[in-house]
Write a protein that binds this ligand. Sequence first.
Ligand code: TMP
Length: 205
Amino acid sequence: MSGKFITLEGMDGAGKSTHLAGLAQVLREHGLTVRTTREPGGTALGEKLRQLLLDRDQRLHPETETLLMFAARHEHLDKIIRPALAAGAWVLCDRFTDATFAYQSGGSGVPWARIEALERWVHADLQPDLTVYLDVPPELGRARRDRIKAPDRFEQEAEAFFERVRAAYLRRAREAPARIRVIDASATIPEIARRLENMLDELIK
Ligand code: TMP
């Protein structure tokens, strides 16, 4: 039996990493094989592209950025995601194509249709079985971002950028309501973990 593909999305400060680790643990407790990975990244090329993409000294054209995200994604799908799913593993990925819609289109203004075209090209046949979007209300995002490490290039962007990113995530969620579940990330960590576990139960059944 092939595994399931789960992606986790949210703006910086949403608690993605904590919940990704929690999800992996729950799945392993069910006796499932789990492969955790991230984007941009996940392969040797992807991690190199990640360094370039997140470099604060770079100023890439948003369409260059989009193409690099999809180049990394193509490699990731080919080398890691598809083989793991075919071998029966559950793949938990920290960000995926919804992030490109959110950041490169919502945030940086790349036309939505261009990203849709790349999505069709690179993975028309494969969408996540479940995407959890941890939605951070703007004030909470700001407070949490102020407390974290030195910002990467995307995290340095102005508030208006993050508002557009959020609006684009919510648009994606409206367009694919069966796949994308929105969780209010201002809830407590245990409460979010409980909701995630319920979603997994539905998927494992
Ligand atoms: P991370 O901090 O969650 O690991 O994500 C790295 C950054 O990359 C984050 O600021 C969002 C950004 N990003 C995009 O702009 N487009 C994408 O397609 C992906 C996957 C990430």
